[in-house]
Write a protein that binds this ligand. Structure first.
Ligand SMILES: [Zn+2]
Length: 141
């Protein structure tokens, strides 16, 4: 019995699976004003962010089920990053039981709509948990 069924991996067929740490982050500004899904308060105006993080992060569910003592989370992909907290119009913070900091709507506290990176202190906000301000409403000053 000769077991010569080794198949050489062909490099060209390999899907690009591993993402380099830096590869997932690109310089990008938010092209639209993002508002709270519940109260429509502006969370961040357009052109305020500096980067886009194309990765999944675990965010706590907007509604936690009762009777469970740990924070329930779901993976949410894609975040605009901004260093300066004053880039936001209306934002609040919550702290999970694990000590992580999350961003919530500054008006009604729905969310989390993002998180704070504990190492870099960058603020990441996800369009997945926010609405885009319609262009017709954009002209009011
Ligand atoms: Zn709100």
């Amino acid at each position: 019995m000769s077991s010569s069924s080794l198949s050489l991996p062909s490099a060209s067929m390999k899907p690009l699976e591993k993402e380099e740490n830096n590869g997932a982050v690109e310089a990008k500004t938010n092209e639209e004003t993002l508002v709270c899904k519940i109260c429509q308060t502006v969370v961040i105006l357009k052109n305020m962010t500096t980067e886009w993080l194309n990765e999944e992060r675990e965010l706590p569910l907007p509604r936690q089920k009762k009777g469970i003592d740990h924070t329930q989370t779901e993976p949410v992909r894609g975040y605009f990053g901004v260093k300066d907290i004053f880039a936001f119009e209306n934002v609040g913070f919550t702290r999970s039981s694990e000590g992580k900091r999350f961003l919530v709507c500054g008006e009604c506290e729905q969310g989390p709509v993002g998180y704070v990176d504990p190492e870099t202190e960058m603020n990441y906000v996800t369009p997945e948990r926010l609405d885009v301000l319609q262009a017709s409403q954009d002209g009011k000053n």
